[in-house]
Write a protein that binds this ligand. Structure first.
Ligand code: WTA
Length: 650
């Protein structure tokens, strides 16, 4: 792995000087003032044990912890000796607090169907699902894979796993058969929960057919629970497959949440790294619970009557932390939407906001840019007055999209927060607090409580204001990943081995004189396509697996909507011709549609150093149509670049 140090990778440095004050009405009612933030942030660093004990103490523990943190770098144990259950805290606790009749989920299907669950109703279904899983032989510590559309059953299944201490591994429904079977095999999953099909842009996505094929390649799998979402009547394998609704109907609705050790594994979520196959990021119970609980409340300035809509699919960490665990731990009403933002037209998001009186909207810059491109007239047709706060996550937001979001969607009345975090961090790390801090469009902002970031050189030297460098975190925090599932060495190396004694995020960033951190993008070989992480290595492996390809190199190219898109350089195998359409279909089958290359260059050679390392830096310049910059003297054959620059992309 190499890390480019030249400026070309950190090229979306924003020269933005606007400072937007929190709207006065919002600031007047906000939970946290500037002084309050300063005080609590200072306390969280000076006396972290007291700070975190206070936050954790707001939740229910079946056995109190003996020690707040045990840090044996790079391994943290939080709330040591404590026992709790995150599903209990998300549901039973709310019912006990008198919120049983409050809406927990309002779900809208792509076809317009609406289903609502109160906290008491959700608790009942989760108990039944827990009993149904126990009846299928799932035990505490077993892994359960979820491959589902965004239906309420996805959240119910996650919470049911948490209730019995089974470890969930959600695989995004857009992923392919191979991606699904790889993840199930890595986790040695015993149970797969899927659906007959999902609805997407009016069509059906046949999940059960993919699940069947993947199950055939997963020896550890014993059962499949199948949600009947679309009535598409798939074949069911007797003895292995069970309908979700039948299993739940047969299950008791009495179940006591199991007390689990604070460090009991809660979930594995696979995400792309710069090398090899995706890694299973492991989160545990107590720390993740405390982190998502605190940040949902504080960052989103949560109020009792909020309708909180995070548009992420539960297949991503954002869906885990801010569509399910964080808001439910706070007793909030959560909006869930199954489908595409442009079905039946580009007004769908605004129709949902209007109909369900959504108050907080949390989405990704790629969606904001796509919606912005449709013009202001579409949102103008809807009543968006219920909105009071807007959030952004997943990739850097360009100031134009930020301003559009604030003006057209927020009516200049709603603060916009830009939240930086990662699958690995579990919860929000950098943001402005909406009533306390002015926003600087394009800059994520300040650290959350307990988070101590720094900008460093590769040698571990801390940089001063406005110097671009590497974003690191200098101390452990409760919702941090604990390891890479089944590969602790990879955990050590990737996160704590790059720069001694700090967590290495893999992002380039700089901090200004006010302490605001602007995250500029990945410094490793990870792409961010529409807010989704993809490893260049994964795509390259898929390409070279195709018989017509001898060698491949993948880079990202800036894209107006997706942020970044996939560009592939391929060398044909022998005398074979490369068929771009076939190659795209192949990548879609191997990984999923999000990895499909937007442009393919069929080349006769790749720019390599004498030691054989591909210089992706030059490929990025060619992909972006830029002139070649930088030292080409280390190349074995500098003429490669001229030939590539003249090659048309297909
Ligand atoms: C990027 C998503 C700039 C970053 C929660 C990070 C961001 C990766 C922001 C994690 C932001 C996320 N500004 N970049 N506000 N939020 N990123 O694991 O490169 O899917 O490392 O987690 O997305 O992506 P992941």
């Amino acid at each position: 792995m190499t890390h480019p140090t030249s400026s070309d990778h950190i090229d979306n440095v924003l020269h933005e000087t606007r400072v937007i004050q929190p709207p006065a009405d919002f600031a007047a009612q906000a939970q946290v003032t500037r002084e309050e933030y300063d005080r609590r942030y200072r306390q969280s660093l000076d006396d972290p044990d007291t700070f975190w004990a206070e936050v954790a103490g707001e939740l229910t523990w079946m056995t109190p912890w003996e020690q707040v943190l045990d840090w044996q770098e790079p391994h943290a144990r939080w709330f040591v000796g404590g026992q709790t259950n995150i599903a209990y805290n998300a549901l039973d606790r709310q019912v006990e607090r008198g919120l049983g009749g409050k809406r927990a989920f309002v779900w809208e299907g792509e076809d317009g169907e609406v289903r609502t669950f109160t906290y008491a109703e959700l608790l009942r279904e989760v108990k039944q699902a827990a009993n149904a899983m126990l009846a299928l032989g799932v035990q505490t510590g077993d892994r359960v894979t979820l491959y589902l559309p965004l239906v309420p059953e996805a959240a119910i299944a996650m919470l049911a796993c948490a209730r019995i201490g089974a470890v969930h591994s959600v695989v995004f429904g857009g992923f392919s058969v191979s991606a699904l079977s790889d993840r199930m095999n890595d986790a040695a999953s015993k149970l797969l929960i899927t659906a007959d099909a999902g609805l997407r842009r009016g069509g059906l996505v046949n999940l059960k057919a993919n699940a069947d094929e993947a199950a055939g390649k997963t020896p550890t799998l014993e059962h499949m629970l199948v949600v009947n979402r679309a009535g598409s009547n798939p074949p069911m394998q007797p003895g292995r497959d069970v309908w979700w609704h039948e299993a739940l109907a047969a299950a008791s609705d009495e179940h006591e949440a199991m007390p689990l050790d604070s460090e009991h594994p809660l979930f594995v979520l696979y995400t792309s790294g710069s090398t090899g196959k995706p890694k299973g990021v492991l989160h545990t119970t107590g720390g993740y619970m405390v982190g998502t609980y605190l940040t949902t409340d504080t960052v989103f300035d949560l109020k009792d009557d909020d309708v909180f809509w995070c548009t992420a699919d539960v297949g991503w960490v954002t869906g885990h932390s801010y569509s399910v665990y964080g808001p439910l731990l706070n007793g909030a009403t959560v909006m869930l939407y199954e489908g595409a933002p442009n079905h039946p037209d580009w007004g769908r998001f605004w129709a949902i906001v209007q109909k369900h009186r959504v108050t907080i909207l949390y989405t990704a810059p790629t969606a904001i840019r796509a919606l912005m491109r449709q013009g202001d007239a579409i949102p103008a047709q809807y009543d968006l007055s219920s909105l009071r706060l807007l959030g952004s996550v997943g990739e850097p937001i360009n100031p134009e999209a930020w301003m559009w979001y604030a003006r057209v969607i927020g009516g200049d009345r709603c603060p916009v927060i830009d939240t930086w975090w990662q699958t690995e961090t579990g919860s929000i790390m950098l943001t402005t607090l909406p009533g306390a801090h002015p926003a600087k469009p394009g800059s994520a902002g300040l650290p959350m409580y307990g988070i101590e970031p720094a900008i460093m050189t590769r040698a571990g030297e801390e940089l001063g204001p406005n110097d671009g460098g590497l974003l690191v975190i200098k101390r452990p925090w409760p919702s941090m990943l604990r390891t890479v599932y089944g590969d602790d060495e990879r955990y050590r190396k990737t996160y704590w081995g790059e720069i001694p004694h700090v967590y290495f995020a893999g992002d380039g960033a700089r901090r200004d004189a006010d302490g605001y951190i602007t995250v500029m993008g990945r410094v490793d070989d990870v792409l961010n396509v529409s807010g989704h992480r993809l490893g260049t290595m994964e795509i390259e492996s898929a390409l070279v697996a195709h018989p017509s390809v001898a060698e491949a190199a993948v880079v990202g190219r800036p894209d107006d909507i997706k942020g970044e898109c996939v560009v592939a350089f391929v060398l044909p195998q022998g005398e074979q011709t490369v068929d771009p359409a076939a190659l795209r279909a192949y990548v879609t089958r191997e990984i999923g549609a999000l990895a499909r290359p937007d442009a393919i260059y069929i080349a006769d050679a790749l720019p390599k150093t004498r030691s054989g390392k591909i210089m992706r830096r030059f490929l990025r310049q060619i992909a972006a149509g830029r002139a070649i910059e930088g030292d080409t003297s280390t190349l074995e054959d500098p003429g490669v670049l001229d030939r590539l620059a003249e090659t048309p992309a297909v």
